[in-house]
Design a binder for this molecule. Structure first.
Ligand code: NAP
Length: 329
């Protein structure tokens, strides 16, 4: 089958190479001896793949390896006892191996793909939307009517968070770095847009009528202290990622003074090996698809052989919405 591999750790420009490799066995490392084999129509591209081309991601497979953590496609075969059958349209989290014609995912991380979504949208469904749902509900304890501020709001996690938050009845404020990104965030359901290089903290406090209930932060870096300052009493900052490059440090007296919380949200670490939670999140996200709230925003689309260009879009901070590789119809 066709595949793109990471062959060295020299960065997105040069670390990838096309390869013709054998199709994978129906077995996934998380469920040895069992796995859903998926004919890949679209593969999602995310920040971790960029990090992997430099050896900077926590998962460091031996070289060469096929990167890519999520796909949308059709089921070729499913393990005994699975609710899936051959030919079903699915979105699946395979962890690695998505940049190829065929990928294998655990049954508990493979979900029916609604006819409302095309394959490119399906390839942006799991990592971002499951993370967004998990961060807002399981970790952030979102309640209807609360105000959610989203950093990196035009990005993959950001747009997903805005859509899910709207679907769950929240008011949303997007923090973005440009007009173009504000447009994307508003299309994803942002009620308000504020600028990351402006007085966003004061604006957010004013727009929310006194303070934010939940900050979803995939960016980190310098703005973290202002995120804490933007909260109302009882508000929480949910830590999702560090695209800003640096891991913030908190002076914890701030939490005490204002009765606020900082909460970590590591979707992958939490749900791996928890089939029940995955089903629950998958059902909730699919319900929000049916209700029209979840519509993954696809940014740039590339053919498989242009995977390096796809990674560069993310590396150079040009991505709006989900970057995907398209492999079939
Ligand atoms: N915790 C979890 O379970 C989990 C799950 C999935 C992803 N993540 C993490 O969440 C983060 C966001 O992922 P994503 O897919 O949303 O990324 P993305 O689509 O590239 O968006 C990230 C956003 O971060 C902002 N940003 C600020 N400083 C940046 C910088 N120096 N370089 C690049 N972007 C910068 C950008 O928005 P502005 O230009 O508007 O500032 C950009 O739109 C990543 O760190 C990823 O690893 C975590």
């Amino acid at each position: 089958m066709r595949a793109v591999q990471i062959v060295d750790l020299t960065g997105p420009e040069s670390a990838l190479a096309e390869a013709d490799i054998p199709e994978p066995e129906p077995s996934h490392p998380l469920t040895p001896g069992s796995g859903v084999v998926v004919e890949v129509h679209a593969a999602g591209v995310s920040f971790p793949e960029v990090l992997q081309t430099r050896g900077e991601y926590q998962i460091k497979p031996d070289l060469p390896f096929v990167p890519g953590s999520e796909v949308a496609g059709t089921v070729r075969s499913a393990p005994e006892g699975s609710s899936l059958s051959e030919g079903d349209r699915v979105a699946a989290c395979c962890m690695l191996g998505a940049f190829a014609d065929v990928a294998v995912a655990p049954d508990f991380l493979t979900f029916p793909l609604s006819d409302e979504l095309d394959y490119a949208q399906g390839a942006g469904l799991i990592l971002n939307y499951h993370t967004a749902y998990f961060s807002l509900t399981h970790r952030g304890r979102l309640e209807e009517g609360q105000t959610v501020l989203v950093h990196g709001a035009a990005g993959g996690v950001g747009t997903a968070t805005l859509q899910i938050a709207k679907g769950l009845g929240a008011r949303t404020i997007a923090v973005v770095s440009s007009d173009d990104k504000e447009r994307v965030a508003r299309e994803a359901g942002a009620d308000e847009g504020v600028r990351s290089d402006g007085a966003w903290k004061d604006e957010a406090k004013e727009l929310s009528g006194g303070g934010i209930d939940i900050v979803i932060d995939p960016v980190g870096g310098d703005r973290f202290t202002d995120s804490l300052r933007s909260l109302r009493e009882g508000g929480r900052v949910v830590v999702v990622g560090f695209t800003g490059g640096s891991i913030p440090e908190v002076r914890v007296n701030r939490l005490l003074l204002n009765n606020t919380e900082v909460i970590g949200a590591g979707w992958g670490a939490f749900v791996m090996g928890k089939p029940g939670i995955n089903r629950e999140i998958g059902d909730a996200v699919n319900r929000l698809v049916d209700e029209g709230f979840v519509r993954p925003i696809v940014g740039e689309r590339f053919a498989l052989e242009r995977a390096a260009d796809a990674l560069k879009v993310i590396d150079e901070r040009r991505a709006t919405g989900k970057v995907v590789l398209e492999l079939g119809d």
